[in-house]
Design a protein around this ligand. Structure first.
Ligand SMILES: Nc1ncnc2c1ncn2[C@@H]1O[C@H](COP(=O)(O)OP(=O)(O)O)[C@@H](O)[C@H]1O
Ligand SMILES: [Mg+2]
Length: 275
C-alpha cells in the first residue's frame, strides 16, 4: 500500500514532465488509483485544481502503452478529442475565461447531457456513435469511433446524385431525431460523418429533449445558416432536398416548417433593425 501511495504521489508530481518511465502495470495502477476517490487526498496535498487534474489524467492516459495508439484528432471550441483504435475520447477541458465553478458545472452538465442523449439514441437505434463510458470528474466521454469522412469536406467530392442521396439521409436523420423529441442544438455539416453510404450524427453536447415546435424550427434554422455559409455554391438547391425529405419522414413537419419561416422572418427583422 505504502509503495502504491508513493508511486501515485510521485507520478502526480512528474506526469507533466514524463521524466519517469513506469512499467505498464505500474501505470495501470496509477491510472486506477488516481481515478478513485483518493485523488482528493492528493488534490489537497498538491492543491491540484481541476485543470491540473484533467491534464494529469490525460498525461496518465498518455503514459500507458495503450495511449501509444492514441492521437489527438481535434481541438474544438469545447473539447479535445483523441482517437484510440475503435474509440474516441472526448475531454471537455477547463476554460480559463469562465468562472471556475461555472466552468466545472458547464463541463459536467454538457458531458452528462451528451452521454444521456447518446444512450437514448442507441436505444432508439439511431445512427450515432455508441457511448462506451462517461466520467463526470474529468468531463470525459468515451464513444465509438466512426470511421468515415466529415460531411463538410465530403460534399464537394461527391457526384451530384450522391450529394442528393446524402441530403435525403440528412433530412431523414433530423426527422427521426425530432420524432424522438431530441433537438440536436448544433446541426452543421461538421457534426455529420458519412461512412460508406451511412450517415451518422455526432456532437450532442448542446442537445436536449423538447416537445416544442419552436425548438425544432430553430434546429433547422441553425443548419440552414451553417449550410448557406459553408456550402454557398449548393444553397439553396441541396439544402431544399434536406427539407423535402424531412417533410416526407416527419408527420409534424408542416408545423415546424411554418415556424421556420417565422424564425427566419424574425432573423431578417433583427438584422434590419439592429436588435
Ligand atoms: N465518434 C466519432 N468518430 C469519429 N470522429 C469523431 C467522432 N466524434 C468526433 N469526431 C471528430 O472530432 C471532431 C470534433 O468532435 P465534436 O464532437 O464535434 O466536438 P466539438 O464539440 O469540439 O465540435 C469532429 O468534427 C470529428 O472530426
Ligand atoms: Mg462539433
Amino acid at each position: 500500500m505504502v509503495s502504491i501511495l508513493f508511486l501515485a504521489m510521485q507520478s502526480l508530481s512528474n506526469v507533466t514532465t514524463s521524466a519517469i518511465k513506469y512499467s505498464d502495470i505500474e501505470l495501470e495502477i496509477i491510472v486506477h488509483f488516481t481515478k478513485s476517490k483518493r485523488i482528493k487526498m492528493f488534490s489537497s496535498l498538491k492543491s491540484t485544481n481541476d485543470h491540473e487534474y484533467t491534464i494529469n489524467t490525460i498525461n496518465l492516459y498518455k503514459q500507458t502503452s495503450h495511449f501509444n495508439r492514441m492521437h489527438q484528432i481535434a481541438q474544438g471550441a469545447e473539447a479535445v478529442l483523441y482517437h484510440d483504435d475503435k474509440k474516441i475520447i472526448k475531454v471537455r477541458v477547463p476554460k480559463r475565461y469562465r468562472h471556475p465553478e461555472l466552468d466545472k458545472q458547464l463541463r459536467t452538465q454538457r458531458t452528462r447531457r451528451e452521454a444521456k442523449i447518446l444512450e437514448t439514441l442507441q436505444k432508439a437505434q439511431f445512427s450515432s456513435p455508441k457511448l462506451i463510458k462517461v466520467d463526470d470528474k474529468t468531463a470525459t466521454l468515451e464513444i465509438e469511433f466512426i470511421n468515415g469522412t466529415i460531411v463538410r469536406s465530403a460534399l464537394n467530392n461527391l457526384s451530384n446524385p450522391k450529394q442528393k442521396t446524402l441530403m435525403k439521409s440528412i433530412g431523414a436523420s433530423i426527422a427521426q431525431l425530432h420524432q424522438h423529441n431530441i433537438i440536436h442544438g448544433d446541426l452543421t455539416t461538421s457534426n455529420m460523418i458519412i461512412n460508406k453510404d451511412q450517415l451518422h450524427l455526432i456532437d450532442f453536447g448542446l442537445s436536449y429533449t423538447s416537445l416544442r415546435v419552436e425548438d425544432r424550427a430553430v434546429d433547422l434554422h441553425v443548419l440552414e445558416r451553417a449550410f448557406e455559409s459553408t456550402h454557398c455554391e449548393y444553397y439553396p438547391e441541396l439544402f431544399n432536398l434536406i427539407i423535402t425529405e424531412y417533410k416526407k419522414q416527419y408527420k409534424e413537419a408542416k408545423e415546424v416548417l411554418d415556424r421556420l419561416e417565422k424564425v427566419k422572418e424574425r432573423g431578417r427583422y433583427k438584422a434590419k433593425n439592429g436588435s
